[in-house]
Design a protein. Structure first.
Length: 223
């Protein structure tokens, strides 16, 4: 199987899970990845896929033709990828906006996860484009932020994220999985998800919830 086909298969498996199952799998494997404090601001449902990274900050942009922040990532993105933006400079300014949402949607980007406020969220909703962020603002990045790097390592809510890693985001939050750990995390999360589905069936069949969520459930994540 080619590398591209393997990544596509891993993404398909990730899309069948949810953030909580993946977070639980990380706990069981003693890995870090859950990024708390980021909520869905537009779109519906779940996104899951490989990551393309952007780092924003203050100072001088790299030499070259001036471009608005994150436009380089949109042009470089492959269909189905998730753009992840680091913006913890302390400057109150949008790390993502409406024209960017439209451009990303047309490019086939699955969604955006921004550590930092975003703006034009009504436009993102009109485009039905999924955006997660730490909040909203009307303040533009122009004159306040620059794009420091695209496709390099970043940190989101204390979680180290590299291009080519995997992300999943839904109504419960955002979770990142390193590419080197994805197969083990998927297998563990699938096992957890199957066990919880069996528990749900048991409840529907009339089994008391104290039995369903007893010692077996409490010890599920112990290695």
């Amino acid at each position: 199987m080619s590398a591209g086909a393997a990544a596509s298969d891993l993404t398909a498996r990730l899309q069948k899970l949810d953030c909580c199952a993946v977070s639980d799998a990380l706990d069981k494997l003693h890995l870090q990845g859950a990024a708390t404090g980021l909520t869905r601001l537009s779109g519906a449902g779940r996104i899951a896929g490989r990551v393309l990274t952007v780092k924003l900050g203050v100072g001088e942009a790299p030499a070259g033709k001036p471009r608005h922040v994150s436009t380089t990532a949109i042009e470089a993105a492959q269909a189905g990828e998730i753009i992840v933006v680091e913006q913890h400079s302390g400057v109150e300014a949008a790390s993502w906006g409406g024209i960017l949402s439209l451009g990303a949607k047309l490019r086939g980007v699955a969604g955006v996860i921004a550590e930092g406020p975003v703006r034009d969220i009504d436009e993102a909703r009109q485009h039905d484009f999924p955006v997660w962020g730490s909040g909203v603002t009307a303040l533009t990045a122009r004159g306040r932020l620059v794009e420091l790097e695209t496709g390099g390592p970043i940190t989101v809510r204390g979680v180290a994220v590299k291009p080519g890693d995997y992300a999943i985001a839904d109504g419960s939050g955002v979770v990142f999985v390193g590419a080197e750990n994805i197969e083990g995390v998927l297998a563990t999360a699938e096992e957890i998800s199957a066990r919880e589905a069996a528990m749900a069936r048991a409840l529907r069949e009339g089994k008391p919830i104290t039995e369903v969520m007893g010692a077996s459930y409490e010890n599920m994540l112990r290695s």
